[in-house]
Design a binder for this molecule. Structure first.
Ligand SMILES: [Zn+2]
Ligand SMILES: [Zn+2]
Length: 198
């Protein structure tokens, strides 16, 4: 989790702390400026992040292990929630770093129903799943990049007003982009910028 803390710190160094402050306020029900396990669980369930609510997210983010999340830890929490870090379908733990995702479920199901595994569970082979082809998040990202570069998106994006001229196919590609963004853990605009499509 140390990596996620560092990434969060690096990102938030250059951004106003407002986002984390807003998040802290919306989770902190009793107004004591810190977040308890119950407050976080309640918030995640309400936000329809049930797998995250059941995971070990709190203990991962509670860096100083005092049983509460203070402002600096909420900065990490904000990053983890916004980057849609996946939860391992086998051990139910939040996966802060690299993970494996089922290729079939990824393509055929909505992002919420994707089947993800942490490296430990994948290597141990203890999981039971109906499909057997898994890709790590980085390879998946590369595959999707290639697929998108072959698609017609570039031609539709070269128009002056892409928002009015965008085709059905372009819309699908945009949806796929948001899907990749969820899988690799960043925002769609970052993916678009990284691919030079912006
Ligand atoms: Zn696991
Ligand atoms: Zn599957």
């Amino acid at each position: 989790m140390e990596e996620a803390h560092q990434v969060a710190e690096a990102i938030f160094e250059n951004l106003p702390k407002r986002k984390a402050e807003e998040l802290l306020k919306s989770i902190d029900k009793n107004g004591d400026d810190k977040i308890s396990v119950e407050e976080l669980k309640g918030y995640l369930k309400k936000a329809d992040l049930k797998a995250m609510a059941k995971s070990n997210i709190f203990s991962l983010i509670d860096r100083n292990k005092d049983g509460y999340l203070q402002f600096d830890e909420v900065v990490t929490l904000s990053y983890v929630i916004n980057s849609s870090r996946p939860v391992c379908n086998h051990c139910k733990k939040l996966i802060p770093g690299a993970f494996l995702t089922c290729k079939d479920c990824h393509w055929k199901k909505p992002a919420k129903e994707s089947y993800n595994l942490c490296i430990g569970c994948y290597k141990g082979g203890k999981y039971k799943h109906k499909h057997d082809e898994f890709l790590d998040n980085y390879t998946l990202f590369e595959e999707m990049q290639e697929m998108l570069q072959e698609s017609s998106f570039r031609s539709t994006s070269e128009t002056n007003k892409p928002e009015t001229n965008i085709t059905e196919k372009g819309k699908n590609v945009l949806q796929t982009l948001s899907h990749i963004a969820e899988i690799v853990g960043c925002t769609a605009s970052v993916v678009i910028a990284a691919m030079g499509l912006g």
